[in-house]
Design a binder for this molecule. Sequence first.
Ligand code: ZN
Length: 209
Amino acid sequence: MGRGSSGLGDEGPFGGGMTGDNASATVKSSHPLIDAISSGGGGFANEIQNTRDAFEREYGSAVKRMNLSLATFNEPGVLGAYGGDTLFMNEKYVKNANLTEAMQASVTSGYHPSIGNKTGAEAVAAHEIGHRLGEIAAAQAGISEKEIVARAGKKVRIKTENMAGHISGYARSNYSETIAEASSDVFCNGKKASKASKAIMAEVKSILG
Ligand SMILES: [Zn+2]
């Protein structure tokens, strides 16, 4: 599901989405990210591609087979979404230099994990890619995303229902968001990520590897 910009009411900085857990955001139009790169669309497009490449090196081909698109959304606050094998980044927001600033504000409020030294676009892409990883890992192992979080929790002796609380406010939404937020946390913060996030992504990696 998606992440949105700040100041959007109840959904907070990351509202909307495209997966089953949140169908409130719908893509109005989209085009391949590569168009933005080839037309000199700016660093953000490369940031998103580089994020995808970094995930591919870490987690393998599940990430490679994902399409990258820029999109406009019906809901104004959605930053990105994942659905139908495609990572959609909201063109409007990823071009906004204040995106990183907006993200940092949501971090301060505890709504999202720290973005470390990454940009807002990179953090959002890492979150959305986390949805894909969670979905594919669950399907591959024949278990639910909740079970992935549960298995990770056992390794760090944290109850399943308490895992999200170690990651971010938004991670509490559901187990799909728990994994997506863990993905962003580990990508942005590396060793400094929460132990819950690290355990979840290690579990995902062991299934996909
Ligand atoms: Zn999400």
